[in-house]
Structure formats: C-alpha cells, structure tokens
Design a protein around this ligand. Structure first.
Ligand SMILES: Nc1ncnc2c1ncn2[C@@H]1O[C@H](COP(=O)(O)OP(=O)(O)O)[C@@H](O)[C@H]1O
Ligand SMILES: O=C(CO)[C@@H](O)[C@H](O)COP(=O)(O)O
Length: 504
C-alpha cells in the first residue's frame, strides 16, 4: 500500500511517502514556510503579536498544502491513503460558509483564496502563544483544581481551551459566528475530505477539553471554557479511523485517486511516537524541533500528572506522557548565529568541547515552561560570550535541563530515540548520550512525525499491524553509545545545574 504522511509543523510542511508492502520510503519533501511564502512576513513560520501572542495564518497552511500536492504530482495517482500531522494545540475557527464552499469549490480555484470568507478568526493561535494565563486561572477557579484528573494536564496557556476562552472573551460576536473549531490537524484532514472530519482522541487530549478516561468531550471542561462549545466542536474518534474518501477537488486538481482514503489526523508528538517506533512503553523519545519535547508511551494506566507534564493519547492505543520545552531549536539557532558559524562548523565545536569545560548557565532565551520562568538570557549577552560558551554551553545546559525534568517522568532511561531537525547533528546526539548516559538511536529520517502519519494511514486504511509497520520503518539507523568516562562529570554538572534552578 502507498501511504502519504504530511507533517504541518511550526516552520514547515513535510511529506513522507511510504510503500508499506515493500517497506520503503519512496519520497521525502519539505516546504519551509518563511522561505516559500515571504508575503506572510513570518519569522520561522509564525508571527509574534503583542503580549506573548504567537500565531500563524490558515491561508499560509492552505498555500503550503497546494504547493506540496503539486510537488508530489508524479506520485499522487498511486497514493492509497493519507494522514496528516499537525503541530499540537493550534486551532482554526470557521463560520457556517465552510462546508458549503468546500463542497462547491472548483478544482481550478486555489483553496487559500476561496476559503477566505470561511474564517471567523483570521489567525491560528499556535503552541508558542503564552498570552492566556488569565484564562487559565479563571478556568481553574471554576473547576476547583480538578482539570488534570479530568483532562490529563493542568491548564496550559498554549492548550486550545485557554485560546478558545480568550477568543470568546475578546471577540464575543466572532465567537458566536463560529460554527466549527478545528485543531490544525483535523482542519487539514477536513480540507482533503471536502467535509468536516472528527478530531482524533490522541490530539484532542492536548486541548484541556476532553475527558481522558472516556475520550469524549467533558461537559464540565467545556462549561468552564466558553458557552455553547459542544455545538462548535467536531466529534472525537480513535486515531486509527479511515474517515472518508478524498474530495473531488483533490482528485481533479492533483490527480489523486478517487479511492484514496483520508484517515484521521493527529498531533505531531503522537505521530512522532509512532514514527520513532516507540508506541510500546520502554523507549523514550526526545524530539528537537522548534520545541524540544521528551515523551514516551505509558500503557493504559493514566498517571496523575499534577504539576509534572501532560498525558496525551497514544495513536496505537493507551496513553503517552510528554513534557515540552519552549527553548528548542530557535534558541540553539540564536546561539549559533552569535558565533558566526554554520551548523557544520558548530557541530565540530560541540564535538571538540564535550563535556563543556566551564560552568553551565540557564539557557532560556524565551520564557520557559520547564522550569516555569521568564527568559534568563538575552541575545546581546550571548554575543558577548565566547563561541564555546555561547553554543556548547547553551546546548549542554539545555540537555541538562532536559535530563532534570525527564528524570521526574521516567525512572531509568537506557535507550533514547532522537528525532526532529537537530537530530541531524551527531555532536548534539553524542552529547545527549553522554549527559543521559543512555544509548541514543536515530531512525532513517529526522521527520518522524510525517513518517508516523504515513504509518498511521497504512494502519487505518489496510489494517496492517503496528508490529509489521515498526519492523519495516522504525529500525535504528544509527546508535551512539555514551562515553562512560563522562558519567560522573555529568552527575556533578546536574547537581550544579539543579542549584541554579533552585535559585530561580
Ligand atoms: N545540523 C543541525 N544541528 C542543529 N540543529 C539543526 C540542524 N539542522 C536543522 N536544525 C534545526 O532544526 C530546526 C527545525 O526542526 P524541525 O523538526 O523541522 O522543526 P518543526 O517540526 O518544529 O518545524 C531548525 O530550527 C534548525 O535550527
Ligand atoms: O506544544 C507542543 C507539545 O505540547 C509542541 O511540541 C508543538 O506540538 C510544536 O511542535 P514542533 O513544531 O516543535 O515539532
């Protein structure tokens, strides 16, 4: 079976096309938003608004999908199933024109223009948004602190409930006019199907609106958020659902087969769990994309996450736990920029200076969630550091921070799967192995979210089982072992780093 996984992430849209019968990755393609669509004037795919607001545009995503499908035209007639991965928590707000326009659209017209009248909110608030602390406090007061038992996470600024409540408070008329609120993942799947599709339960868990125990909307959580919300949200279904055939528009415009299945979409982290071959408890994943995340499958027992992290659904069944760090690749890029090096030279500098010979520092250029604190380091300060202090010091401090919080989640970490853009850097990969004193494995490609989406499409459409898909696609392509001579150095560094955190 030929399946397509698309990953709409913070900075880009990526495609991974797999042949799950032959066990081959046929094609990979990435479209970077800032480079390809300068007309939206984004910084790395997003816009920085006032007071910690971060957002993007639905039209940008639609343009990227159009460009991607034309880029894949040599392959489209063979594609039998499609699933999409979206950066988690981001929401799209649609009025009552959406379904009709989608059903009537002509294949000569670009979606990004025809759908403009459908958006009741012209922006998509994204996971980087940190502007909704007030809304989180309000909802928490209403629910008297029971949100994490119900939804699997404490109220979080970036989660969809806080974003919806803010929209309802600031723009009540536009909220009332909104007929459907999608996640970015379910919005994209609906576009391919030509009609509204459900939200999958693994991604819905990142909204603070779903009851984790029964995977359905929870009326108490909805009531705490905004009025009449139940009528605006699509239903929730399991991730493994082949939900519809592709729309006529996609058949005519991009030559997809009319028989191609559109499978429910999910979030980038649940998809990455699948794409990294970590759907069974045991192996943990570190993803170094725009955000850094640490996650792993936790079976079927919901663990009380009070104050520690989040529980999302595992698309292969059961749950996954996750912690997310706001200072990820963009902070590493800022450090690299201050040195004047490129990544190849930077990699050499890291390899030659691991362990970093000096004291670590708090590596937070933007406000951080773990620990919950404001930015501790400016780009000007970074520029005054030596290249080694700026780049190696920052990345090593980030990894110590990861270990500090990861150890609260996972008792013993012996194998880590590393993914995301920075996993292309072998010196960073080795540093992770040394700091954690664990084996670090990488799979064939660094975009595990798109691969996971393709594997989910194959599973939902043909019922090909996970064990077989894992054997075909998620074997370790490289394994880096920890340098055991660095074990005590990093144990000592962790003690010193914890002191810094305690002083915050
Ligand atoms: N060799 C490298 N070393 C370190 N970081 C890298 C390297 N190559 C790419 N990156 C980082 O990867 C990031 C993009 O990762 P990606 O997983 O595609 O992000 P996202 O999925 O969040 O859009 C870029 O911001 C870039 O800094
Ligand atoms: O907010 C979270 C997870 O809770 C982020 O991990 C987003 O899902 C964005 O992912 P990337 O674009 O960094 O991969």
């Amino acid at each position: 079976m030929i399946s397509l996984g698309l990953d709409l992430s913070t900075q880009s849209l990526s495609a991974v096309l797999i042949d799950s019968t032959a066990g081959k990755i046929i094609k990979e393609h990435t479209i970077n938003f800032a480079e390809n669509f300068p007309e939206f004037e984004t910084e790395n795919g997003f816009i920085r608004g006032n007071n910690q607001e971060f957002y993007s545009y639905p039209q940008l995503y639609l343009k990227a999908i159009d460009k991607m499908m034309f880029a894949l035209k040599d392959y489209t007639p063979q594609i039998e199933s499609i699933s999409i991965s979206g950066h988690q928590h981001a929401s799209v707000y649609l009025n009552d024109k959406f379904t009709q326009i989608l059903a009537e659209i002509k294949s000569t017209e670009p979606l990004s223009e025809v759908l403009i009248p459908c958006f009741s909110r012209p922006i998509v608030p994204i996971w980087m948004d940190n502007s909704t602390s007030e809304e989180c406090k309000e909802m928490d007061r209403i629910l008297k602190g029971s949100v994490s038992e119900l939804s699997g996470s404490l109220y979080c600024e970036r989660f969809t409930a806080a974003q919806i409540r803010k929209f309802y408070k600031k723009s009540p008329e536009a909220y009332q006019e909104t007929q459907t609120i999608h996640l970015i993942s379910s919005f994209c799947a609906s576009i391919f199907a030509g009609k509204n599709l459900s939200i999958d339960s693994s991604d819905a868990a990142g909204m603070n609106l779903m009851n984790l125990a029964n995977s359905q909307w929870d009326q108490n959580l909805l009531d705490a958020c905004a009025p009449n919300l139940i009528n605006k949200l699509p239903s929730i279904e399991p991730a493994s659902t082949a939900a519809a055939k592709v729309s006529k528009y996609f058949v005519e415009r991009y030559a997809l087969s009319a028989d191609c299945d559109i499978c429910l979409s999910s979030g980038d982290n649940p998809n990455s769990l699948i794409g990294c071959g970590a759907a069974e408890p045991g192996t943990v994943v570190i993803s170094m994309g725009t955000s850094d995340t640490f996650f792993g499958a936790i079976g079927y027992e919901m663990i009380d996450t009070k104050g520690v992290g989040h529980i999302f659904g595992n698309p292969a069944g059961g749950y996954m736990s996750l912690i997310c760090f706001r200072n990820g690749s963009l902070s590493r890029e800022a450090a690299l920029l201050s040195t004047g090096l490129n990544w190849q030279e930077g990699e050499e500098l890291i390899a030659n200076n691991t362990p970093y010979p000096d004291s670590n520092y708090l590596p937070f250029i933007v406000d951080e969630m773990y620990p919950h604190c404001s930015a501790q380091l400016s780009k000007e300060q970074l520029s005054s550091f030596s290249p080694t202090k700026a780049l190696v010091g920052l990345i090593e401090s980030q990894i110590l921070n990861l270990r500090l919080y990861a150890e609260k989640h996972a008792k013993s970490i012996s194998t880590i799967r590393l993914t995301g853009g920075a996993s292309n850097n072998t010196a960073i990969t080795q540093m992770i192995a040394d700091v954690f004193q664990a084996k670090v494995e990488r799979i064939e490609i660094s975009n595990s979210a798109a691969l996971g989406a393709a594997m989910r499409a194959a599973n939902a459409s043909s019922k090909q089982d996970w064990k077989e898909l894992n054997e075909l696609f998620t074997g370790a392509e490289s394994q880096l072992l920890p340098n055991t001579q660095n074990a005590t150095i990093y144990d000592d560094k962790l003690i010193q780093y914890r002191e810094l955190i305690n002083q915050l």
